[in-house]
Design a protein around this ligand. Structure first.
Ligand code: 2P0
Length: 324
């Protein structure tokens, strides 16, 4: 078994957020979600199954992975080994081109790339739907990174019917994101733990599921219309409704930091001045601004008094998974 396979997958930002698992083992979400895959931020992963290895060898940017990450990735490789009936360990080399502190989920691009490279290296031929299902077992957001452009993760109810579908793979209209990197401290509450706490204790959780689910067709219609204002307004609503479930958990928690509100205020002020810009946030303090490339210079100028140029990363829509 000698084939060494390299795959590239890009990270994505959800416009309708995924928050909460109905099945934590299989990673089946309570609600469908919808994201935009980004161009600049991606992971290249090379997998090689070998008779020479006595354990999986997992490297990140040429350094051995930490024990927890290595264990999770080995468990993910077990799924591939079982499926391919392949009793061999693997050498995995991951190069993350997601800026270290970007607060953009590298688990999305990471598990999408590992699924694609691992499956092919093990001799499996999987279509994109099955790759999406496989990537889902590593990390929920990875389900969507198999495709480029706008992508919906249809929640389903089980391992077979929970996967992503492309909504608009080639984005030929003006929409982009500015990631505002506020801090690079490790998250105090991982998204996995945060989701579980919210599902278990927030009295608002059922309302979250209902509103998120209802937003999916609205967001798809806004994308078809290429309506930046409607896409942005809905995305902002989805993000704040998700964050409201963390504030209503017992005990309550939040991913907001003081600088988060500072960034949100700048966006709100710009909007009052007629600029089409909207904010979204994930399981961390960083803010992403949804806007057009035409207005990006003005938005960057308004953010400049508060954030350094290194904290402001501009991204367009990007492609789905590919082999190198
Ligand atoms: C999302 N997030 O839709 C949501 C919004 C964060 C907030 O998917 O436990 O790393 O591996 O399935 O995918 C981040 O959570 O969590 C995430 P797991 P994941 O992008």
């Amino acid at each position: 078994m000698g084939q060494s396979v390299t795959a590239r997958a890009h990270t994505n930002i959800a416009l309708v957020k995924y928050w909460g698992k109905q099945n934590p083992t299989l990673i089946i979400p309570y609600n469908s979600s919808l994201s935009m895959t980004l161009d600049h931020f991606y992971t290249d992963t090379t997998v090689h199954f070998s008779t020479d290895l006595t354990a999986d060898q997992i490297m990140f940017n040429h350094q051995p992975a930490d024990a927890k990450t290595a264990k999770q990735m080995s468990q993910f490789l077990d799924l591939i080994r079982q499926r391919a009936h392949l009793p061999l360990f693997a050498a995995v080399e991951t190069m993350n081109h997601v800026p270290n502190a970007a607060g953009l989920a590298s688990s999305a691009s990471g598990y999408a790339a590992l699924a694609a490279a691992g499956a092919r290296a093990a001799g499996l031929t999987l279509n994109k739907r099955d790759l999406s299902r496989l990537a889902r077992r590593g990390s929920g957001s990875a389900t969507r990174s198999i495709y480029g452009g706008f992508v919906e993760w249809q929640r389903g109810t089980n391992d077979i019917d929970s996967y992503a579908i492309p909504v608009q793979e080639f984005v030929d209209w003006d929409i982009q994101m500015i990631a505002i990197v506020l801090n690079d401290r490790p998250k105090s509450i991982t998204s996995r733990t945060g989701m579980a706490n919210t599902v278990a204790t927030s009295p608002y959780f059922s309302a979250w599921v209902k509103t998120a689910q209802a937003m999916i067709p609205e967001m798809k219609a806004a994308i078809v219309k290429k309506d930046i204002n409607l896409v942005g307004r809905l995305a902002e609503q989805s993000a704040m409704q998700m964050h409201a479930t963390t504030l209503s958990a017992v005990p309550p928690f939040t991913y907001f930091e003081p600088e988060t509100l500072q960034a949100i205020k700048v966006v709100q002020t710009l909007r009052q001045q007629g600029v089409s810009c909207y904010y979204t946030m994930d399981a961390g303090p960083n803010v992403k601004v949804i806007c057009t490339s035409r207005e990006t210079p003005q938005i960057l100028a308004a953010l400049a008094p508060y954030f350094s140029p290194e904290q402001l990363l501009v991204a367009q829509s990007g492609p789905g998974v590919s082999y190198r």
